[in-house]
Design a protein around this ligand. Structure first.
Ligand code: ARG
Length: 461
């Protein structure tokens, strides 16, 4: 087989069961363009070290360009006899450049340093796509926050009414983790832009090839400091899998709230028809499937991360074939996010909020009780006592089936001499959110400032 990269020391070819197990072309074929880019850079390093004449380098590059075009058009595909993308492409090169020239390219490199470099190149490209998709969700959240203005909703802890907050504050609270995910991708990129190419199988090349030249041609910042580490480490891949899982988890928390808000019981949002699904039996159904898939796919992304970490655990240096198992999980994480994130962005951008219903519910469940306690503290009542007074007022109101602002003067006075009628000034949801004006709080002017900061951080990530 022309695609075999080894064989001379073997009396027989591989058993069919081995070939079936070993073959990786059905998933590593996506690395073909990166493999060819690596080969072009490696050919330059060979030429610089005197192993290819100028005309040979030109012919090698022309053959590799032709091969790249044939891979892109689908004219050149993997053959059942090819073990992996590297072997298949050497076969393709020899078909185009001849065995003499094509057979010179493999000097001084190994599939071990190649694959470690190619997976980084692939992930770097897709990190850009994913970052752009995450930014679209952030933009959609920011646009909704902007449109929400000073609309107020019930803020919750333990899923119970806690304190009123701006809807914009809540939406922005979902955007910040995504901004940090963008920053994680940016920080990861610096570590990922290191090239293991030139490390050979494990110990480095003896041919005087320059790994820095290859790194530079591939758009990497520098070559690996240690050829063993370069070929055997996959922490860069695992870190990428973590970031994709974190994005999935962050989106799942937003998705879960949309699922809740979209129930009849909450009634906070309406999903656009184009971003909801129907039922095959119940004609009336309109389901939040995008949000549910976001919730479900976060589990898959976590599985890809944990599976990869399990593969890496206790693996001795340097390269082991187990490392071939790094690719399918991250390729799947990339494909999952690249189809999920645009759908989530569209769903968020087209949500319609029932702000009247949110405002109506916001003061219910005694959510202004902390405002009563804070009002007492401003009048120099110790907080411990203020908490007791406000709690007692809640109990009395609950017994009478009324909300805090409905308590009459006598009822207030009966609970505590400190509860003068002017306490009602803070018993509105508008007064409550306005009073939370410290940095990071839900007061309208803080929330608008925060939005500007959010946009700036997202854009600079
Ligand atoms: N396909 C392998 C991988 O994905 C790279 C080839 C290394 N094979 C080898 N026998 N050293 O990790």
């Amino acid at each position: 087989n022309e695609g075999a990269l080894w064989g001379a020391r073997f009396a027989s070819g591989p058993a069919p069961e081995l070939a079936a197990l070993s073959r990786s072309t059905h998933f590593d074929w996506v690395l073909a363009p990166y493999d060819i880019a690596g080969s072009k850079a490696h050919a330059e390093a060979l030429a610089a070290a005197g192993y290819l004449e100028a005309e040979e380098l030109t012919a090698m590059h022309a053959a590799l360009d032709e091969l790249a075009a044939d891979v892109a058009s689908g004219r050149f595909v993997a053959d059942p006899g090819d073990e992996d993308v590297h072997g298949a492409l050497e076969r393709g090169l020899i078909e185009r450049a001849g065995a003499e020239l094509g057979g010179r390219l493999r000097a001084g490199r190994s599939r071990n340093d190649q694959i470690a470099t190619l997976v980084r190149l692939y992930l770097l490209d897709h990190a850009g796509v994913i970052a752009r998709d995450v930014l679209r969700i952030i933009d959609a959240l920011v646009a909704q926050a902007d449109a929400a203005g000073d609309a107020i909703m019930p803020g919750r802890t333990h899923l119970q009414h806690a304190q009123p907050i701006l809807l914009a504050h809540h939406l922005q609270a979902h955007a910040w983790p995504l901004v940090r995910d963008l920053e994680r991708l940016r920080d990861w990129r610096e570590r990922a832009r290191v090239s293991p190419y030139g490390g050979g199988a494990l110990a480095g090349s003896s041919l005087g090839l320059d790994p820095a030249l290859v790194a530079e041609r591939l758009g990497m910042s520098r070559p690996s400091e240690n050829s063993l580490d370069g070929t055997a480490a996959r922490d860069i891949v695992a870190e990428f899998a973590f970031i994709t899982a974190m994005i999935g988890v962050d989106v799942s928390r937003l998705a879960e709230e949309i699922i809740l808000w979209n129930t009849r019981e909450f009634g906070f949002v309406t999903l656009d028809d184009a971003y909801s699904t129907g039922s095959s039996i119940m004609p009336q159904k309109k389901n939040p499937d995008i949000a549910e898939l976001a919730r479900g796919k976060s589990g898959r992304l976590i599985g890809n991360l944990t599976g990869l970490l399990a593969t890496l655990k206790a693996l001795p240096l340097a390269y082991n074939r187990d490392l071939q198992e790094d690719k399918e999980p991250v390729f799947d994480s990339v494909a999952t996010l690249e189809v999920l994130l645009p759908a989530v962005a569209g769903m968020i951008a087209t949500l319609r909020f029932d702000t009247a219903r949110m405002a109506e519910l916001a003061p219910q469940g005694f959510s202004l009780a902390t405002d009563v306690a804070d009002w007492l503290v401003r009048r120099r009542v110790p907080f411990r006592e203020a908490h007791e007074i406000s709690g007692a007022l809640v109990r009395v109101c609950e017994q009478h089936g009324i909300e805090l602002h409905e308590a009459g003067d006598e009822m207030l006075a009966a609970v505590s001499v400190h509860l003068e009628p002017s306490v009602r000034e803070v018993l509105t949801i508008e007064g409550s959110v306005r009073s939370r004006s410290a940095a990071g709080g839900t007061a309208p002017e803080r929330v608008s400032e925060q939005r500007a900061e959010l946009i700036a951080r997202a854009q600079s990530a």
